[in-house]
Ligand binder design. Structure first.
Ligand SMILES: Cc1cc2nc3c(=O)[nH]c(=O)nc-3n(C[C@H](O)[C@H](O)[C@H](O)COP(=O)(O)O)c2cc1C
Length: 208
């Protein structure tokens, strides 16, 4: 099986990139599985939803030329992992724009003329790893973890029929979190294809 790991962070020396690499190593160590990292910052992915995206959304024009390549590499994968720093209790803007533009009408979902929603990513397992500076208590007190899971896990991936297998926050990075998060990421990668495909793993919050 094959995992596509999308990382959205401008600095390849960051903890976020180290976590993505560690997840990939875990996948590769776990058996006959492969992983590839898509560094959308280094690739210069343009996140702004533009006129051409809007025309494609209304099915009035083909997708902009940079989108089919993104969709093709998801199509080639059995699992999609998103590894990202938490900015303002959500995705970084570039990753949100990647979703806006790549998860297009007609590819990620479609709507029948009677308004019925078709979920088109039912074959895809998803692993979400958000890395944040605040600690787990702050997330729990304000409900940020629940809000993020509602918006991302349910609002994006469940909307498209994809199964969220891993939903993990690696927090308190300025405490002593860094090294342990890299170990956690390797274990998550090792388990990426272990879960029963029809069963969701309970979301967890990891912090020191
Ligand atoms: C613009 C910005 C917004 C941030 N917002 C949050 C936040 O809402 N919650 C949080 O826990 N950490 C927040 N942080 C901290 C980052 O999540 C943290 O620095 C990052 O994940 C560390 O990983 P890195 O070393 O890979 O950058 C923010 C950082 C920046 C730069």
């Amino acid at each position: 099986m094959h995992a596509l790991i999308v990382v959205s962070h401008p600095d390849s020396r960051s903890l976020t990139h180290a976590v993505a690499r560690s997840f990939a190593e875990g996948v590769a160590e776990s058996g006959a599985h492969t992983a590839e990292i898509a560094d959308i910052a280094a690739e210069g992915f343009q996140p702004d939803f533009n006129q051409a995206d809007r025309a494609a959304y209304f099915l009035q024009a083909p997708l902009p030329s940079d989108i089919p390549r993104e969709q093709a590499r998801i199509d080639r994968a059995d699992a999609l992992a998103l590894v990202y720093p938490i900015y303002w209790w959500s995705f970084p803007g570039q990753l949100k724009g990647w979703i806006d533009r790549v998860f297009s009408n007609g590819w990620a979902y479609d709507e029948a003329p009677d308004g019925t929603l078709g979920k088109r990513l039912g074959r895809l397992d998803v692993h979400l790893i958000g890395i944040g500076g605040a600690d787990g208590g702050t997330y729990a007190r304000h409900g940020y973890d629940k809000a993020m899971r509602t918006q991302i896990d349910h609002g994006i991936f469940d909307f498209c029929g994809a199964r969220v297998v891993t939903s993990e926050f690696l927090l308190d990075v300025n405490g002593q979190g860094g090294a342990s998060h890299i170990v956690t990421a390797r274990a998550l990668g090792g388990n990426a294809f272990a879960a029963n495909a029809n069963q969701k793993v309970s979301p967890t919050v990891s912090s020191l």
